[in-house]
Design a protein around this ligand. Structure first.
Ligand code: FE2
Length: 196
């Protein structure tokens, strides 16, 4: 299977001022595209040549995993942002957040702290299990919770390439901006689909 860079659900300048057009041009147009190209090259002639991206993320290791997971992670990350995002979640996921993290404010603080304290490059994830129990997970480099049997609901990219052009070394400023563009209705739908 040959993978393609998915279209963004917004124009490249529409996430401003949280994320600049220039960052999207590099992050999506160069980094994300390169992970797609490398995955397509690496899987040729291997057991993963005709596998779905999700299967590759769950079952591969090494450089195939690193590149394929970065494709999955960026598809999921860019697809979870919206120019009309931000605010607070509603309905079922809102109640689950209150149950598992006491309040949305506390959840937001814990998730932000997980991003600020992740050493080096990586991703912070909100995950669920089949029963609907939520958790926050830090993953280094290309790490993806699917690989350890968890179900991703939302992710934040804390690689420097996600924010350096806009915020330089100030990762916490990038994290503050992330909350203004996260698409809560979509994340709530994902949660409801899993938990019924
Ligand atoms: Fe990234």
């Amino acid at each position: 299977m040959s993978f393609k860079l998915p279209d963004l659900p917004y124009r490249q300048n529409e996430l401003e001022p949280a994320i600049s057009e220039r960052t999207i041009q590099f992050h999506y147009g160069k980094h994300h595209q390169t992970y797609v190209n490398k995955t397509n090259d690496l899987i040729k002639g291997t057991e993963f040549e005709n596998a779905s991206l999700e299967t590759i993320v769950k079952e591969s290791e090494g450089s195939i995993f690193n590149n394929a997971a970065q494709v999955w992670n960026h598809n999921f990350y860019f697809g979870s942002l919206s120019p009309k995002g931000g605010g607070e979640p509603g309905n079922k996921i809102a109640r689950a957040i209150e149950r598992d993290f006491d309040s949305f404010t506390n959840f937001r603080e814990e998730f932000s702290k997980a991003g600020a304290t992740l050493f080096g490059s990586g991703w912070v994830w909100l995950v669920t299990d089949q029963a609907g129990a939520l958790d926050i997970v830090q993953e280094s480099n290309a790490g993806n919770p699917l690989h350890s049997g968890k179900i991703p609901l939302m992710t934040m990219d804390v690689w420097e390439h996600a924010y350096y052009l806009d915020y330089q070394n100030k990762r916490p400023d990038h994290i503050d901006a992330f909350w203004k563009i996260i698409n809560w209705p979509l994340i709530g739908e994902r949660y409801s689909e899993i938990t019924g």
